[in-house]
Design a protein around this ligand. Structure first.
Ligand SMILES: [Zn+2]
Length: 97
């Protein structure tokens, strides 16, 4: 029988996978498909639920890791960065080639 703790950890992986951390401590996560709200938890275990917004002002570290034209989203509350899920098709047609 799976313990509740184990089930919770498993769900976390399906929702948004942490893929790295920048040198300043900013977390980088992979968005789950159609995900619009941050699933980070604070020290008390409270869900952040901040809005994920397209973010264009990332620095050289993000560029070096994910490319100059990277599609990056940032939580407006806790500043965690989110990368688009590979299974999701881009919302704009600008990247079509
Ligand atoms: Zn957040």
């Amino acid at each position: 029988m799976a313990s509740p703790k184990y089930a919770e950890a498993k769900r976390e992986i399906i929702e948004a996978k942490e893929v790295g951390t920048l040198s300043d401590g900013t977390k980088v996560k992979l968005r789950a498909p159609r995900m619009r709200a941050c699933n980070e938890k604070d020290a008390k275990g409270k869900l952040c639920a901040g809005h994920l917004k397209r973010w264009y002002f990332f620095g050289d570290e993000v560029k070096a890791k994910y490319g100059d034209e990277a599609e990056v989203y940032r939580c407006e509350k806790c500043k965690t960065l989110y990368l688009p899920n590979p299974e999701e098709t881009p919302r704009t047609g600008t990247l079509a080639w």
